[in-house]
Design a protein around this ligand. Structure first.
Ligand SMILES: [Zn+2]
Length: 328
């Protein structure tokens, strides 16, 4: 039961958006109570589905490997297998999905870089046909940003960036308590902020992007060994570069906090976060940005499914439109 002061305040703030609640004057981007959700996380190595209640508690959960196939139906078949395992264990009223990008607004079609079999795959329609529920799809890093604001390390914070530093680097940004979408739904791609102007070529076609310098794949390419075996100097450098990107975004958007998930960041641990914080303090020197903090994400392994749940809840918080990003 959502009985704490914080969650009560958040619910009140949703019904009265003009009324900023709580001692810090904060308002959550999400309501505290919500529907039971069929949550789906679609990644390059695995697909997970779960029933998640209105307080973010994960019930039945199923995980299947993502087929290494070029057949789009093979991947979709794995997805429906995971969904079928949990679908009947609860009574969800909507389905929320976090999926790798890029995608068309609202996930009408998805082309995840980490799932080559899906190019312009009509995920939302296909999944709606299978589950018989309204389906809400967003980028997995934006989903994480919503989840961290709802129940994680950014709870009660209105202005923050959530990042995933793992194989690649992704992000989602919340400003004034609202997740930024951008013209085509892709706001928050902090992995493509330039941190080394003369640096490595990036898969996006640019040069010196954070993802080309500090992702797990780029670290492996540079050092010849997996990121999990990286030397302390490599760990600190990755932290420094992440801090550099965060400082840039904090200066631009007046952010209070960066929360970071992902196997590379969390695996590198304290040396990474100390170096990142030092670089933020070196590069974010405006009165409002010099207090920006960077901390590990709070949801741990639950992050993707809680984030997918938050994607389905978001339309409740926004209180308008169909909540699927179909604004144009
Ligand atoms: Zn790039």
């Amino acid at each position: 039961m959502a009985g704490s002061t914080a969650t009560t305040d958040q619910a009140a703030a949703v019904h009265h958006p003009e009324r900023r609640s709580g001692p810090a004057g904060v308002r959550s981007p999400l309501p505290s109570e919500g529907p039971v959700v069929l949550a789906v996380d679609i990644g390059g190595t695995k697909i997970a589905a779960a029933i998640v209640d209105g307080d973010g508690r994960i019930g039945a959960e199923a995980t299947v490997p993502t087929p290494a196939s070029h057949d789009p139906e093979a991947v979709f078949g794995a997805l429906t297998t995971a969904v079928a395992e949990v679908r009947s264990t609860g009574d969800p009223t909507r389905c929320g999905v976090g999926c790798g990008g890029p995608m068309a607004p609202g996930g009408r079609t998805v082309s995840p870089l980490n799932i080559p079999a899906w190019r312009d795959f009509p995920l939302r329609r296909r999944l709606e046909e299978v589950v018989g529920l309204p389906v809400f799809v967003d980028n997995d890093a934006k989903a994480l940003a919503l989840g961290e604001g709802w129940l994680g390390a950014a709870r009660g914070v209105q202005d923050y960036v959530a990042m995933v530093v793992s194989t690649g680097v992704g992000g989602g940004i919340v400003v004034d308590g609202r997740l930024l979408d951008g013209a085509q739904g892709n706001a928050g791609h902090i992995g493509h902020v330039v941190v080394e102007p003369d640096g490595r070529r990036c898969a996006c076609g640019g040069q010196g992007c954070l993802e080309a310098e500090a992702s797990g794949l780029s670290i492996e390419a540079m050092t010849g060994r997996p990121a999990s075996e990286a030397e302390p100097s490599v760990r600190r450098r990755a932290g420094t570069l992440v801090g550099r990107a965060v400082a840039t975004v904090a200066n631009l958007l007046d952010l209070e906090l960066a929360v970071v998930a992902g196997s590379v960041a969390l695996g590198f641990g304290e040396p990474f976060f100390v170096a990142a914080q030092e670089e933020i303090e070196r590069r974010a020197r405006l009165d409002f940005s010099r207090t920006t903090r960077i901390i590990p994400a709070g949801l741990g392994p639950k992050g993707p499914l809680v984030g997918a749940t938050a994607v389905a809840r978001r339309t409740v918080a926004d209180g308008g439109g169909d909540g699927r990003g179909d604004r144009r």
